[in-house]
Design a protein around this ligand. Sequence first.
Ligand SMILES: C[C@H](O)[C@H](O)[C@H]1CNc2nc(N)[nH]c(=O)c2N1
Ligand SMILES: N[C@@H](Cc1ccccc1)C(=O)O
Ligand SMILES: [Fe+2]
Length: 277
Amino acid sequence: MTISIAEYARECAAQGLRGNYSVCRPDFTVAQDYDYSEEEQAVWRTLCDRQTKLTRRLAHRAYLDGIDALGLLERIPDFGEVSDRLRRLTGWEIVAVPGLIPAEPFFGHLAARRFPVTNWLRTQKELDYIVEPDMFHDFFGHVPILTQPVFADFMQAYGERAGEAIALGGDEMITRLYWYTAEYGLMQEPGQELKAFGAGLMSSFTELQFAVESPDAHRVPFDLETVMRTTYEIDKFQRAYFVLPSFDALRDAFRTADLAAIIGRWKDKPALDPATV
Ligand SMILES: C[C@H](O)[C@H](O)[C@H]1CNc2nc(N)[nH]c(=O)c2N1
Ligand SMILES: N[C@@H](Cc1ccccc1)C(=O)O
Ligand SMILES: [Fe+2]
């Protein structure tokens, strides 16, 4: 590991993030500790009910198929039960983490078909948008597509190749690619309406509508090398959304990209500003 848990915990606290890293294992996982209050259960139900109405209209088909396969969203999920179900479907499982974790262990989990899910939930005051990933984001945003075999395999491959990129000093660049696809990607397949694909959009009531429907959203055609050069901020609406022509296009771009060459070309050059990309 390139960063210690204590050091990372200090960085997160300095940024005002609220994960409790004091009980982390070396791979940044913790026990889920299923002891949520009735108030938290009520927040969960509200979030799922409101957001499902939006995703039906704005989310990509693959995500909606995933929601169907995953089933019940009536209570805060028990990670053990969900893992049993996922293991049978695609060989994935979910593990609890205290919040954001560093890129290296994050991609390490993906490479091992484990998806890290935050074990705490946003409050009633943050229903529309939260500045850091919580359980609703991690679970409602990311886990549904892991029931779909094609995406399940892709996410594992992503974890593996990201590990290679990090070894080449491309930590920031590979994280940007994840950010603008898995987190905030849009997808427009030929003859279809524009849809949301990324998990950061799926979990946000306000940003999902903004990204897909607002004339003020800055939408840019996907180009892998450009994406890897473009900075982002986690705690505001994104200033650029990259539009994928299809999932196959993403997979092919990722498969054929010479990541080492791209990282070598741009690693030490100034990055691109999303507002003007
Ligand atoms: C790779 C990139 O930093 C990305 O945002 C990762 C980092 N760590 C994470 N940690 C958690 N818990 N959840 C996430 O979605 C992410 N995303
Ligand atoms: N903004 C997202 C949460 C999130 C924060 C940071 C990174 C990814 C996701 C939401 O409202 O649900
Ligand atoms: Fe995420």
